[in-house]
Design a protein around this ligand. Structure first.
Ligand code: DUC
Ligand code: ZN
Ligand code: ZN
Ligand code: ZN
Length: 476
């Protein structure tokens, strides 16, 4: 079974060039001079005309939380609904976080995650491992992760009593990670101090969702980022800071990178486009000021007046931040976010974006924030390299998996929920209501199989395969 995608502009992280792409089975086998078919050399079973469109490697979203138990409820997308929504939006691989909770063995947490995901995914999927309790057992279990195809793990400097690690635990885990070649992913916020600030706000009657962002002040992100960098420096462990939102945290990353340390950071679309001021202003008849709960996530939305959003875009251009993931962690308002009416601390933290990342970042190309090639690099190529998938994922090249998106720069996408707008995530609202994108995901192919064709969905649960990942290909 061969497919030829012809007349398009192939965009890789290295640049854009007109080329036809030949797929045999699940694999890209050739890039051809445009029009080679006209000479009669190629006789493919299926031909896709990509004239006027971009042909890009499928998106790799390296930070999702399908079915995450959090805040007394579960993230509302299952692996089935979440990966289907991802496919609709041009993402063909996700890396989700398997969870070990305190008091549980890492092996149990990982087995539970396979049970949720295996056989249910529309696209390929890998795992990072959350270590929610660093102790002699989890330190031992880290030794088996590489064999499981899990080459990165996440620690939390936030959420005392839930996932939190103190500095002693972080130090021990990083020492082990340095020996094993594992990439340490860090939720860098000073949780104990944040919890005090949050308690003080609530006791003053400041219970609205907006105060979530006041409690989680940027100083708490900068301080934790610096501490993580120094512990990584001491131990020699490569460090990847997740969901960076404060400009001062980026300054810490840039400082460490300028000295040659293996330190990396991701940001997310919400920290580029949304702000604390907009969250404060949000009101609805149904929810009043509690409307702001839709944008409660951690790290929090930051003040536009303080310039954090501009600084995130700038860091994406200068490579002080290397990639964009969603931190897709969806919760409905009804019965989920509503748990925190009257106390913002009880609002489950998270925003759903897995369907919109490719479009939202393409809009950054339209507005001149990033280049076309950088769009592909931030959303596909670097995530693949960072997390040991490159070669198969993240590039349009012979030998790569045929994970391909045909993107129409003359198309249009209206993002939202309800009233004719049709996101595919399992959520009763959209944090992105009203966003208009000057581009459109037309065709999505995963290992040679067409999942999305125009407005039609042709995917199925179980097509997606578990990705055993190699070590990071991004280290200095
Ligand atoms: N951190 C995440 O990475 N995801 C959801 C919530 C959080 O705090
Ligand atoms: Zn986090
Ligand atoms: Zn997350
Ligand atoms: Zn279209």
């Amino acid at each position: 079974m061969t497919t030829l995608i012809k007349n398009g502009t192939v965009v890789n992280a290295t640049g854009a060039t007109p080329a036809d792409v030949l797929v045999d089975g699940e694999t890209i086998v050739a890039l051809l001079a445009p029009g080679s078919t006209a000479l009669g050399q190629i006789d493919a079973d299926t031909v896709i005309d990509a004239a006027g469109k971009y042909v890009i490697p499928g998106g790799v979203d390296a930070h999702t939380h399908m079915e995450l138990p959090f805040g007394g409820t579960n993230a509302s997308d299952t692996f089935e609904t979440g990966t289907r929504a991802a496919a609709w939006g041009g993402t063909t691989s996700i890396i989700d976080f398997a969870v070990q909770r305190y008091g549980e063995r890492v092996e149990e947490g990982l087995a539970a995650w396979h049970a949720k995901a295996d056989g249910n995914c529309a696209i390929d999927y890998g795992f990072h491992q959350i270590i929610g309790g660093v102790d002699e057992f989890s330190l031992k279990a880290m030794e088996t992760l590489v064999d499981e195809g899990i080459t990165s793990y996440k620690l939390f400097m936030a959420y005392p009593g839930v996932f939190y690690s103190d500095d002693a635990q972080i130090l021990k885990a990083m020492q082990r990670a340095a020996d094993l070649g594992l990439l340490t992913m860090m939720h860098a916020e000073n949780g104990p101090a944040i919890d005090v600030l949050a308690e003080q706000l609530v006791s003053q009657g400041k219970t609205d969702p907006y105060f979530h962002g006041i409690a989680r002040a940027w100083q708490m992100e900068e301080e934790a980022t610096h501490r993580a960098i120094m512990l990584a420096n001491l131990t020699g462990a490569p460090l990847y800071v997740v969901h960076v939102s404060a400009k001062q945290a980026v300054e810490q990353l840039a400082w460490a990178r300028d000295k040659g340390q293996n330190v990396f950071g991701e940001t997310c679309p919400q920290y580029l486009y949304l702000s604390l001021e907009e969250q404060l202003g949000a009101r609805s008849d149904d929810y009043g000021a509690f409307e702001g709960a839709k944008w409660v996530c951690s790290t929090p939305l930051r003040s536009r007046a303080e310039g954090h959003q501009d600084s995130m875009w700038q860091a994406l251009r200068t490579n002080d931040l290397q990639m964009v993931s969603t931190d897709h962690c969806p919760f409905c308002m009804k019965d989920q976010k509503e748990l925190g009416r009257g106390d913002f601390r009880a609002i489950p933290n998270g925003i759903g974006s897995v369907e919109h990342r490719m479009d939202l970042m393409y809009q950054g190309v339209v507005t001149g924030e990033i280049s076309l090639a950088r769009w592909v690099e931030l959303t596909s190529t670097t995530p693949a390299r960072m997390f040991g998938l490159y070669g198969k994922k993240g590039v349009i090249a012979p030998g790569a998996d045929a994970d391909i998106v045909v993107y129409d720069p003359n198309g249009h996408t209206s993002i939202g929920y309800g009233e004719g707008k049709t996101h595919h995530m399992n959520m009763d609202h959209s944090a992105w209501e009203g966003f208009e994108i000057d581009g459109h995901v037309d065709t999505v192919i995963s290992r040679g199989r067409v999942l999305v064709d125009g407005g039609a969905y042709l995917g199925s649960p179980g097509h997606g395969r578990y990705l055993k990942r190699g070590l990071s290909q991004y280290l200095i």
